[in-house]
Ligand binder design. Structure first.
Ligand code: ARG
Ligand code: ZN
Ligand code: CA
Length: 438
């Protein structure tokens, strides 16, 4: 993708996230291979070959970078607006949002509690106390999806280590862009989500119809590896979101559709436009599905496994947290630094190996994170760490008999081949003729 492409405002049905995804697929062999490994793992979860080991709630430490132009004081949003956004996330990812009752009857059984909570960081990368909000003045009047906001060298704010914190940049975005995210597997120095300040939280500068905090819910869905439910195929019905329980749908829905809206022969219930991964107004999206939750689990137990450990020490219980039925492990058990996740999951060490990313242009705050947004050592192996529900051990069990392992191995290789084929298709679609090694 060229510079001039980057300066074009995105069309409404191709959000910044997919443009960044396609740019990275085009530019980086590392991203392509990491995406293949991540898709392979997600497919194993999706097809029941592998099951989420996690049952407890995971708490993600968040740092919010408020990048603002002093000439426009409104851009320097207040702490209360930031807190209002964290509160929305803690409802939406726990299926504790009060508008859940607007989900059409037929999809209620699919509503998922993703068991993910968010807390503003209580400790900064140096271990000093923080409120988790960084305020950085900029000379720029607005930003695009070229990641300039993520580096102080280009008028933005450098990330905190992206394997320990979810970095959220809040700023003025141009071109009608509400936000964009980086999928797992990308360069650590740009990992995180970017949100337009007036589409962030529920108070302050938040403006209708995007004043429900759902832009962050949607973008963090991408950050946890969710695709748009229509599959980004411009209405072709040929590509989907790789999640079986969201109906195949033609294109993005906008505004506040009336049930049912049928496309791609998905009647009688039609498009699941109430899903956070569609493009409807904030007041018209209410749910993630079980399949999406499982895909987020695949990500949290794979590419983002670093968030399953040690997060307790970086966060403090926040007053804006909901009162979920299950107590947050970090709140209940205190800091966990012993290599065991709160849910009893043994730490999957991130692959330390040499970085294949170009050196960060300017991200001094990022150290030692090179391998962590990509594949884990466990992903690299084709044998699943645990047998799936159709295996003999179940979650937490040990490897099955040889025959079972062999079957899983072959299955895994077949899935990997399928995924590679799909990625090649996407690359061809975006005209990636410069791809080394075909
Ligand atoms: N990346 C999408 C965009 O820029 C975000 C859509 C979020 N939708 C919402 N209702 N907040 O348009
Ligand atoms: Zn999106
Ligand atoms: Ca689907």
């Amino acid at each position: 993708m060229t510079e001039s492409d980057l300066s074009q405002p995105p069309t409404r049905d191709l959000c910044g996230t997919m443009l960044v995804h396609r740019r990275l697929l085009n530019e980086s062999t590392t991203y392509r291979s990491r995406r293949a490994v991540i898709e392979n793992r997600a497919l194993q979860y999706e097809r029941g070959r592998r099951s989420p080991a996690r049952t407890d709630v995971v708490t993600i430490p968040v740092v919010v970078h408020v990048v603002h132009n002093p000439a426009v004081p409104a851009q320097n949003i207040g702490d209360d607006q930031v807190h209002s956004q964290i509160a929305v996330l803690n409802r939406d990812f726990r299926a504790a949002n009060p508008d859940l009752d607007k989900v059409p009857e037929v999809w209620r059984p699919l509503v998922a509690d993703a068991r993910i909570e968010f807390r503003l960081a209580a400790l900064d990368p140096e271990g000093e106390p923080t409120d988790g909000i960084v305020r950085v003045p900029t000379g720029r009047t607005s930003f695009g999806f070229d990641d300039a906001v993520k580096s102080s060298a280009s008028g933005g704010s450098d990330p905190w280590p992206t394997d320990e914190y979810l970095n959220v940049w809040v700023c003025q975005l141009g071109g009608g862009l509400l936000g964009y995210a980086q999928f797992p597997g990308g360069p650590p120095q740009t990992d995180g989500v970017v949100i337009l300040h007036s589409a962030f939280g529920t108070t302050g500068t938040a403006a209708p119809p995007f004043d429900g905090g759902r832009t962050a819910t949607h973008e963090i869905g991408h950050w946890l590896d969710l695709y748009h439910i229509w599959g980004d195929d411009d209405g072709a019905c040929s590509s989907d979101d790789k999640v079986a329980d969201t109906p195949n749908q033609a294109d993005a829905n906008t505004g506040s559709p009336v049930f049912p809206h049928v496309s791609c022969g998905n009647g009688p219930h039609g498009d699941m436009f109430v899903n956070y991964m569609d493009y409807t107004d904030d007041a018209a999206m209410f749910m993630f599905t079980r399949g999406q939750s499982k895909r987020m689990d695949a990500c949290l137990e794979g590419a983002r496994a670093s968030f399953l450990v040690a997060s307790g020490a970086l966060t403090a219980p926040s007053p804006s947290a909901p009162s979920p039925s299950a107590p947050s492990p970090s709140a209940a058990g205190g800091p966990v630094r012993d290599g065991t996740a709160p849910g009893g999951i043994t730490q999957q060490a991130a692959m330390p190996g040499p970085s294949h990313w170009p050196a960060p242009a300017a991200a001094p705050g990022v150290t030692g994170t090179a391998g962590t947004t990509g594949a884990t050592a466990a992903d690299a192996a084709t044998v699943p760490a645990q047998p799936g529900p159709d295996g003999h051990g179940g979650p937490g069990g040990h490897a099955g008999p040889d025959g079972e392992v062999g079957r899983l191995l072959r299955d895994s290789e077949r899935l990997a081949a399928e995924v590679l084929k799909e990625i090649r298709t996407v690359i061809d679609m975006v005209g990636g003729g410069d791809r080394p090694g075909g």
